[in-house]
Design a protein around this ligand. Sequence first.
Ligand SMILES: C[S@@+](CC[C@H](N)C(=O)[O-])C[C@H]1O[C@@H](n2cnc3c(N)ncnc32)[C@H](O)[C@@H]1O
Length: 199
Amino acid sequence: MSLTLIDRLRVAKEAPVIDVGGGASLLVDRLVGRGYTDLTVLDLSSTALEIARRRLDDTVHVHWLHENLMTWEPQRRYALWHDRAVFHFLTNAGERAKYLTTMRHALSDSGSVIIATFASDGPERCSGLPVARYDAADLERLLDGFTVVESSREEHVTPDGTVQPFTWVAAHRLPVAEVRAAAQGSSTGPRAPAFRKLI
Ligand SMILES: C[S@@+](CC[C@H](N)C(=O)[O-])C[C@H]1O[C@@H](n2cnc3c(N)ncnc32)[C@H](O)[C@@H]1O
């Protein structure tokens, strides 16, 4: 699903991409394989980061950030913020507000975001911890000022056969009129190529 949405958002290969709570996920390997050149993986767990780092060829350069999203201060801005199964761990309003502030600081003005959480009928716990669950409208409400490109439900099947319903949302940090204008090629600004043919 992540790769499908990244394609849908037309994220350029040289664009800075961050996978927050990326852990040992294979997404970074897949993105390297597709030619993405400016990748950052942030995670609380140094063990998970090390597993991902060791999988990759020594010649591949990835920024590995051993950080807690609740205290991290972004040092640069990203064109894509990707989060699969991290936001849902934030079960109080203060944590959620902190996350969203950090996400907005880290994201460029014309950046894009992908967030996936357990769906409202999904599991109540993830990795043994309680989670907050969302449907598409809940996630979309959090993205004030963004234009949602796609919201979807995924019935993820774990290796032991358990079905985990996920909610996914992908959005651009631009008002809908600008996204439409860029998609139609009527914008002459630098954002236009990224969104052409998008909607
Ligand atoms: C359920 S795993 C998801 C991993 C990966 N995104 C995937 O889809 O396979 C959640 C990951 O988020 C990380 N994580 C949880 N809370 C975090 C926080 N506050 N800051 C950074 N990483 C966090 C965990 O260490 C873990 O690697």
